[in-house]
Every structure is written in C-alpha cells, then in structure tokens.
Design a protein around this ligand. Structure first.
Ligand SMILES: NC(=O)c1ccc[n+]([C@@H]2O[C@H](COP(=O)([O-])OP(=O)(O)OC[C@H]3O[C@@H](n4cnc5c(N)ncnc54)[C@H](OP(=O)(O)O)[C@@H]3O)[C@@H](O)[C@H]2O)c1
Length: 353
C-alpha cells in the first residue's frame, strides 16, 4: 500500500469520526489512523458508541506490532484517564508509537492531559492539523463541553411565506416525505429532541427517530423532552408511549424564569448534566422564539416548501425583536434541495449586548 501524508491521514480520521455521530454521547466522536514507519496505513478506528473502545484502541488493535515507531493521527487529544476504558495515552505509549498528531485538544478537564503524558514519555506530539475541519465535525460536543450546556439546533418546516399551518389549523404535511425522512436522520444524530407543550397538545407527535418508509425505529433513540411549565402533557400523549425515554420538564422540577415558565438556561444545564451534548428543538413557534430571544440557539435548519398560504400561524413567534435593527442576523452555511423542498442551514450571528 502506498504511503499517505499526515494531512491525508487526518482527513481520513475526520471521515471515520463522523461515523460515530449520534451514538457516542456523552463522549465525543473521534477517528484515528495509524501509519507505520513508512507512512503506510496499518490501522483505522473510530469511537462507535459510549462505553465502547476508543478510536485509538481500535486502530492499535488492527496495527498490532506495526504500530511500533509509527504515527498515530487522531482527531481529538487522546484521553488520559480511566473511565469505562483505559487511558489511550498509555495504550499509545505501550504500543511504541513514536509520534502522535492531534487535530484538536480535549477541553474536558477530566480526560485532557493526554498530550502532556505522551510528551513526558518521549513521544513527539503535534497539534492543530486540520483543526478547523475536526472542530466542525465535533462541533456539538466541543461547544457543549466548553460552556456546560448542549448545542441547540432549531429545526422548523414552513411554506415559502413562512407559515407553519393554514388558517384552519391544518398543517399535514407542509414539507415532502423526503424532507421528513431527512428530519428523522437529523434526530438520529442528537441526544435529545425538545418540543413545547403547545405542540404536544396540538399535534400529539411521537418525537422518535424512525424509518418513515417501513416504520422501524432507529436503534438509538434521543431523549424526548416536553417543555411544559405546569405539567399539562396528557397522560395518553404519544410522547409517553414508552418507545423512547421521555422527560416532561416542568417549572417545578427545573425552576421557573421571570415569566413563570420553565427556565431555559436551567433546562439546558440539567440536560447537560444528563449527558445531552446535542439537542434538536422542534418547536413550536412560542418555544423557539423564547430560545432565540435568550440567545440559546446554535444552528437553524429550516425546511422550506414550495407552497404559499398567505394566512395562518407562522413558524416563529416573539423572539424578542421589536425593531428591524434588532433582527437576528443569520449566516447561511448550506442550502440543499431535499425532494421538492429546500433545506437551509444557518448560524445566528452573535449579538452584541
Ligand atoms: N412548523 C413547524 O416546524 C412546527 C414545529 C412544531 C410545532 N408547530 C406548530 O406549532 C403549534 C403549537 O405552537 P405553540 O407555540 O403553542 O407551541 P410550543 O412552542 O410547542 O409550546 C409553547 C408552550 O411551551 C411552554 N413553555 C414552557 N416553558 C416555556 C418558555 N420558557 N418559553 C416559552 N414557552 C414555554 C408554554 O406553555 P406552559 O407555560 O404551559 O408550559 C408555551 O405555551 C402547532 O400548531 C404545531 O403544529 C410547527
């Protein structure tokens, strides 16, 4: 096999890491490629699920003795602590790896320190290769670890004129089956799906991740969270159907904000505590407005259908904007056609306060 550069190996490691998306929380996604002394790939691995072997361990097992004197190329600083598995820093040293190339340092104080341990053992360590790309691949985990609350994606569906239902209340289905399949795939990459009690009372959604064609459930289901200040979720609501874990988050349990409703920062802190690193906010318009007004949305994914309604509820209600100068500015990062619909991904620009 031909030798590959460290840069190419890191590109491959980032690709491998992505295979773990949605399955590793509360751990990060990590990919690792091992090169022997000639620069040939002798091992590849990724962290596939929480509690499972880390990427480095999988790659080392493949490489066996060929790891000796070689280079480990890894998307995140190897861990330095014993959790459900042993420290990867020690495993790399024991395998005789002479160089470790890391994209991003580990911000988690519990697990960081791997680079220092490797250096102390005489292993060469380089940091920052394809760092931006690796950061983007692990954005939810890295963001949530750095600040202590989950990465929040607000997803909505609307007509081209921004309506989420017709004036008589009918809303099924604004977007196409292709878009709904895409949403289920998105659900499969997060740890929790959030909806306000208004949506539960109106639409009675299941909020599970499933294959819409044959109805089969995804192996790993996100935690379903109903944001419900006074516990109005009906006993027979579908979110309580036992198909996945559900948390009815009330103001009594989480704490109340100044308006008496569920305190959103406290809700996110509790979700982080429960191991949620990425959360999908599925509305509705009142809850989404409150999240946006509080600056708690990290990414917006809008599915826009080629339809016009002209009247009816909008996809977003009060988001704390009363004058155009206060509009929430977005940077559009992706526009993709999904069936007949458009999927627009955007990042809110940080507001100066
Ligand atoms: N187009 C879309 O993508 C989409 C997505 C979802 C829903 N929808 C539509 O939205 C409609 C329901 O709208 P909605 O606005 O009533 O529902 P909602 O946003 O799902 O729920 C709003 C409720 O959340 C509760 N809540 C708890 N804490 C809150 C807080 N801190 N801030 C704001 N709200 C908080 C409030 O009730 P309590 O105070 O009693 O807790 C509030 O009335 C349905 O017709 C549904 O079809 C559309």
């Amino acid at each position: 096999m031909a030798s590959v550069s460290v840069d190419e190996a890191m590109r491959r490691a980032i690709e491998l890491a992505a295979r773990g998306l949605g399955a590793t929380s509360p751990n990060p996604v990590v990919g690792c490629v091992l090169l022997d002394t000639d620069g040939e790939v002798v091992g590849e691995g990724f962290h596939a699920y929480a509690g499972g072997p880390h990427a480095e361990i999988v790659a080392l097992a493949q490489a066996g003795t060929r790891a000796r004197g070689g280079t480990a190329v890894v998307t995140l600083e190897p861990c330095d602590h014993t959790g459900r598995t042993g420290p990867c820093s020690h495993a790399l040293i024991a395998a005789g790896v002479s160089r470790v190339v890391i994209a991003v340092p580990d911000p988690n104080p519990v697990a960081s320190g791997g680079a220092a341990t490797l250096r102390a053992a005489g292993v060469q360590v380089a940091l920052g290769v394809r760092a931006q790309e690796a950061e983007a691949g692990n954005v939810a985990w890295l963001t949530s670890m750095r600040r202590g609350w989950p990465y929040v994606i607000w997803k909505y569906a609307a007509t081209l004129d921004g309506r989420s239902a017709a004036s008589d209340g009918t809303s099924m289905w604004i977007t196409s089956e292709a878009a709904r399949i895409d949403v289920h795939a998105l659900r499969g990459t997060v740890d929790a799906v959030l909806a306000g009690v208004g949506t539960v009372l109106t639409d009675d959604p299941r909020l599970t991740a499933r294959n819409l064609r044959d109805g089969t459930m995804a192996i790993r289901q996100p935690l379903r969270v109903v944001v419900d200040s006074s516990g109005r979720t009906p006993a027979d609501a579908r979110v309580r159907d036992g198909a996945a874990r559900t948390w009815i988050a009330t103001a009594a349990e989480v704490g109340a904000g100044p308006d008496g409703r569920v305190d959103l920062p406290a809700l996110l802190a509790e979700l982080h505590h429960r191991g949620v690193r990425a959360a999908l906010l599925e509305g509705g318009p009142t809850l989404a407005g409150a999240f946006l007004a509080a600056g708690l949305v990290d990414r917006i994914v809008g599915y826009v259908a080629p339809k016009l309604l002209g009247a009816g509820p909008t996809a977003l209600l009060d988001a704390g904007v009363s004058t155009i100068a206060d509009a929430i500015d977005l940077e559009i990062t992706d526009v993709t056609r999904v069936g007949p619909d458009l999927r627009i991904t955007a990042l809110p620009r940080k507001r100066e306060s």
